[in-house]
Design a protein around this ligand. Sequence first.
Ligand code: OOB
Length: 563
Amino acid sequence: MCKVTSSTPLPTQHWPDEFAKRYRAVGHWRNETFGAWLRERATAHPDRLAVVGGQQRWTYAELDRRASSLAAGFAQAGLQRGDRVVVHLPNIPDFIGTVMGLFRAGLIPVYALPAHRITEIEHFAKGSGARAYVAAATHAGFDYRALATELQARCPSVEHVWISGDAEPFTPLDALYAIDGSALPSSVSQGSQVAFLQISGGSTGLSKLIPRTHDDYIYTLRESARICGLGPDTVFLGALPIAHNFPMSSPGFLGTLYAGGRVVLSPSPDPESAFALIEREHVTVTSLVPPLLLQWLDLAPRSAHDLSSLRTIQVGGAKLSAEIARRVRPVLGATLQQVFGMAEGLVNYTRLDDPEERIIHTQGCPISPDDEILILDDAGQPVAPGQAGHLLTRGPYTIRAYHDNPSANARSFTEDGYYRTGDIVRMTPEGYLEVQGRAGDHINRAGEKISAEEIEDHLLSHPQVFDAAVVSVPDEYLGERSCAFIIPKGDKPRAADLKKWIRGRGIADFKVPDQIVFVTQFAATAALKISRKALRAQLRAQLLAQEASAAGTTAANDSTATS
Ligand code: OOB
């Protein structure tokens, strides 16, 4: 059952005074707000196209009007400034209309990915104390109205549901667009207030909520747009789910609108849908994860579509191999830009005019001269220049705390406010970062982050599972895939049944283990001293050795079945 709203604190984000003062003094933070800048753009160029998706083509004036209508509608329904609203929409114009409407009303969107299911949505609703849920009727074969019904049953604090499309039995979002919101102010917020809650990649346990302020996020939009050369002639294609921080703000759809460009939304990231839109809308820039780039590189030479408008292909979310990076310019005729970022803040870009080898081999350098970077060894001491170590960071757009989560805050932040990213990096003499991997136990499956612990917890609640350890395995296509080692209890379940069961727990499909290996014991746990982390490392090493030997017969740890 959900906590009631009143017991869930209003999200805040604070930097110590001396930092905040400096970030303001140097002009990083300008007390701009989302509601206000949208109105400024709509006043400056009302008739310019802002958003294209499906059959819809909205000008800046239209987007601004729709934002005001929704803001008025949300307020009429009884939502109050600071209330949280879970936004669970795919790449459709209503996504942008909704978040701009929420910003205008001073409401706080909580961004869920279309792949999330009831378990994750309930967690976001509970953790944020959400009072409303906005979703599409259906998308990619899934009915979000059924999820909404379940959510309200589990979480009575979610009083309101608005649905884009065929809304029965809920209220259609379209009904709110009919409301006259023209009397509303363009913004009711201050720059230092939290604008929204983003979700973490979830390196341990369930995703954490990330409060980002207008000041800090708009700073990244302004600088990202500049670094990536965006302007009024930019046509950005949202191919990845735009609820994710990368296509949202690096520079993403928000950076594009901030710069006065046009956003084109693709309902699916597959190259067939995207290529048709690139040709029709003369797309100039888009953001991809490495496996998607591979698909694009594969199809482009055989495609009849004209892709010559593309100037920049951004790739991030997971490590891009140099061999693939090298193919971008010859095959797609565009400049590659590597993007290494995190929803908690820090974003690095290779610059468009960097030497080709630097673009191919590094993941870029930070946005801000005030991004502070530490690279530490296991003992917490700075590594020698050029050596790999743990990346810690603080700066004008990296959070100092998660929302309402003291234990995660104690783990993830140092006393002097550095965020422990969990990434292992090295720095080149030019100050660019090369990502070597992760220190923690999460699986980066094609840019989707999966917490080993979260999936183990699901597996452990199965009646025929005695113990479970989930590890990442290198995968040629996905970058990493997930493998669950299971010690069965009583009769061994079938791997396929176990996968079906875990899917039935109402979690995103990408979290279902790709591979299941049954074992009779975890040799190392016999000592009873080994940490889960060491166990996972050991099982992973065994699996890799086993795969390398390619014999597949003498499995370490008497593996009896894999799938
Ligand atoms: C982006 O954000 P998240 O929060 O989903 O994931 C962050 C983590 C990083 O800590 C790192 O482990 C990994 O994703 N990552 C990369 C990477 N970009 C992100 N690992 C290697 N190479 C890269 N280029 O994924 C995100 C947020 C904003 C912009 C771009 C990506």
